[in-house]
Design a protein around this ligand. Structure first.
Ligand code: ADP
Ligand code: MG
Length: 488
């Protein structure tokens, strides 16, 4: 049961305060279909976002199955959003370059379910909403109603107790709207569905309860609930908050798939270090309007991604943030202003005393170990790895000579060669990695000098890797590049 007690929400914008919700109190049954009606600007979306933990209340309390959320930490809110709530939006919010199946699977990544299990569950959910035949299509190959079904499958996949829908039929024609309503009604048989709508007729016909909002206040409620157990009600209290493995950041990262390609955690170790994933996540979080996630991102990041303290470091976060559009300083009339990105980046480079830091960590190990999932030291030693290549010659695999063989003595391109390094040191907490991969041949390495080749999700390796490993003659590559450069 959800108890909303005296919730107010005040948005503060420069010199002006907007009261979006004004002491709203209402209880929801574990299973019902509640529709929220009200004129535009009456606080419907704000209400939904606050109940779903997407936005924070200014005062009051929300009590979830007898637990107050007043003392909720960011992590508790994450867990709440990921395990208890499913969201459906008017604009579907699907990731356009990913398949329908992938869109639904992604929602499960948030709960750390294994890959095979994810796929199975996603397919099942898509069948349930009548999309069994369309799972490999991209969202733009679907009709509006079908896209909303994908969003519904996605909202259901974590088996949440609460479904929140903000004008789910707002962009659909009336026939399609009715189908979506039927779906939601079915869902509300064993879940709480709260739906914001503009359409009183649909609400009248499908919802079991209509709550009217005006100027941030509830003006009427057709079927109020005093919070006492009613007949036929199942005790939901035994559903405990599960610990969240990954969170919103994972979703961001995964939508970055093209940038990061597959290798997930292993590579993230190096990517996180080199491009400042926290900074990028922050920017994304800000620019996509999920402002309240920002506070939690730092904390979340540390639970799933390594916090790298290196001897020399630049504060990329602040640099990236300062490069965000809109953060430019206004120039005066008749002036052109220089934005000092490079300067600020260079001045933010600093040196850390890692020796003392390591000593500190070792001395305080018993105090800090509960807050860490893993602690690992790396010494920037790039191993020299040789092999007999396809032409029976001795070839150096790491550090790779591939770029120089392709680019000759182009120093700029050669500086990228470290980025295309095919070798990454294995992280210590192997279980984390093993969870995300299947072993197709051989076994996990058990000794310091053993390696594994990481395949993509579709079991492929890049030609770059084929050349890098010496499975093909790098001379071929050099020849190809040379002939293209000379205009052939
Ligand atoms: P509805 O969904 O009913 O149209 P909203 O909940 O979106 O209404 O908005 C309620 C009020 O709060 C409106 O006056 C709106 O301008 C204001 N509001 C909503 N979100 C913000 C925000 N992020 N910052 C400032 N004011 C906001
Ligand atoms: Mg709205």
């Amino acid at each position: 049961m959800i108890e909303v007690k005296n919730i107010s929400k005040i948005y503060k914008t420069e010199g002006y305060e907007q009261k979006a919700l004004d002491k709203v109190s209402v209880n929801f049954r574990p299973h019902e279909f509640a529709a929220i009606l009200g004129p535009s600007g009456s606080g419907k979306t704000t209400f939904l976002n606050i109940v779903g933990g997407l936005d924070q209340y200014t005062s009051g309390d929300i009590i979830v199955n007898d637990v107050s959320t007043k003392k909720f930490k960011d992590r508790d809110w994450d867990s709440y959003r990921n395990h208890r709530v499913g969201f459906i939006f008017q604009s579907y919010n699907l990731i356009t370059h990913q398949s329908v199946l992938k869109n639904v699977e992604l929602a499960l990544t948030l709960s750390g379910v294994s890959k095979n299990e994810r796929r199975k569950k996603a397919i099942k959910a898509l069948k349930e909403v009548g999309l069994g035949k369309h799972i490999y299509k991209k969202p733009n190959q679907l009709s509006g109603g079908q896209m909303q079904r994908v969003a519904i499958a996605r909202a259901l996949i974590n088996d949440p107790e609460i479904i929140l829908a903000d004008e789910p039929t707002g962009a659909l024609d009336s026939d399609t709207s009715i189908q979506i309503m039927d779906l939601l009604k079915g869902i509300s048989e064993n879940r709480l569905v709260i739906m914001v709508t503009h359409n009183p007729d649909l609400a009248q016909e499908y919802a079991s309860r209509i709550i009217n909002l005006k100027d941030g206040k509830i003006t009427s409620d057709t079927n109020p609930y005093d919070g006492k157990k009613e007949e036929n009600e199942v005790d939901e209290n035994n559903r405990k908050l599960k610990k969240t493995n990954m969170s919103f950041l994972t979703a961001l990262t995964l939508s970055f798939n093209n940038l990061m390609t597959k290798k997930a955690r292993t590579v993230l170790v190096s990517v996180a270090g080199s491009i400042g994933i926290i900074g990028i996540a922050l920017i994304l979080a800000v620019s996509t309007g999920f402002q309240n996630y920002v506070d939690s991102i730092q904390e979340d990041t540390l639970t799933s991604y390594p916090l790298v303290v290196s001897e020399e470091a630049a504060d990329l976060t602040s640099v990236l943030l300062s490069m965000r559009s809109g953060s430019e300083v206004d120039a005066k009339e008749n002036e052109v202003k220089e934005q000092q990105y490079i300067t600020s980046m260079l001045t933010s480079v600093s040196t850390n005393d890692l020796k003392s830091f390591k000593k500190y960590l070792e001395e305080h190990e018993s105090d800090i170990k509960d807050d860490l999932s893993n602690l690992q030291y790396a010494y920037s030693v790039d191993p020299n790895i040789y092999t007999i290549d396809a032409t029976n010659k001795l070839a150096k695999i790491n550090p790779s000579n591939l770029f120089s063989s392709m680019m000759g003595n182009n120093t700029i391109m050669n500086s990228y060669s470290s980025m295309t390094s095919i070798f990454t040191q294995m992280v210590d907490n192997r279980e984390e990695v093993e969870k995300d991969y299947d072993v197709l041949a051989g076994r996990w390495p058990s000794n310091y000098d053993e390696m594994i080749i990481v395949l993509s999700e579709k079991n492929s390796i890049s030609d770059l890797l084929v050349y890098s490993l010496g499975l093909r003659d790098t001379e071929e590559l050099t020849k190809m590049v040379t002939s293209i450069m000379s205009g052939e």
